[in-house]
Design a protein around this ligand. Structure first.
Ligand code: IMP
Length: 211
């Protein structure tokens, strides 16, 4: 069976470079699209009359969310001036955060006096934003806000980390590792339209299945 192609389900078990995982859909594609359309509308309203929105897309994960959000906002207000640039930051290897942020690509355009909207795939420990926000503030944007498709674990903690920077969250999820809609496991499965929780198939389960 094809994996994650439109209209096809992700199999209940997948083999990744990290081993075997059970999958469970936690955010179906239609629910994501409805919420992103709503976020686009809110975005268009929030920035109306304020000048251009400069989206700073955090790669690789935010690529789908950023383009959907951009188009949703533009549909509401076709006159909205949206520019986009990207940064590339990562702290993850497989399903584990290394705890160390690596910035592999910096913004190419100046941020000074721009209304900067950082677009993130997922906020987990908040480490990435905790590190990124002060370094962006140092470039003196006119305003700085964050839109994240998913906030994991504890949204209140994420907001604490961000201090005065507004965080607009698409969905709040628990502590599970999730893939799809830009989110990867070892760079795989970003293309999926829906978001799936993945849990490792343990040796016990395999032994029981073999009985
Ligand atoms: P934080 O720095 O802990 O907030 O994590 C931010 C980054 O970790 C995200 O931009 C993702 O790249 C990655 N990440 C955190 N949780 C997940 C997950 O459940 N699936 C895929 N990537 C994740």
């Amino acid at each position: 069976m094809g994996v994650g192609l439109e209209g096809l389900e992700l199999p209940r078990t997948i083999r990744t470079r990290e081993g075997l995982f059970n999958t469970e859909c936690v955010l179906p594609a239609e629910q994501i699209q409805r919420r992103v359309d709503q976020m686009g509308q809110e975005l268009a309203e929030r920035y109306s009359g304020r000048g251009a929105i400069h989206m700073l897309v955090v790669l690789n994960g935010a690529m789908h969310f950023a383009s959907d959000l951009m188009r949703a906002a533009q549909r509401v207000n076709p006159d909205l001036d949206i520019t986009a640039d990207h940064v590339r930051a990562s702290s993850y290897a497989g399903r584990q955060s290394s705890g160390v942020i690596r910035l592999q690509c910096t913004p190419s355009d100046s941020l000074a006096d721009k209304h900067v909207l950082v677009v993130e795939d997922i906020v987990d420990s908040g480490l990435t934003l905790d590190w990124l926000i002060p370094s962006l503030r140092a470039h003196h944007p006119a305003s700085l806000e964050v839109a994240a498709a998913v906030v994991k674990n504890n949204p209140a903690r994420a907001e604490n980390i961000l201090g005065g920077t507004a965080l607009h969250a698409g969905f709040e999820l628990g502590n599970d590792f999730v893939i799809g809609y830009g989110l990867d496991i070892d760079q795989q499965y970003r293309h999926l339209d829906s978001v799936y929780k993945v849990t490792p198939v343990t040796a016990d389960v395999l032994a029981t299945a073999a009985l």
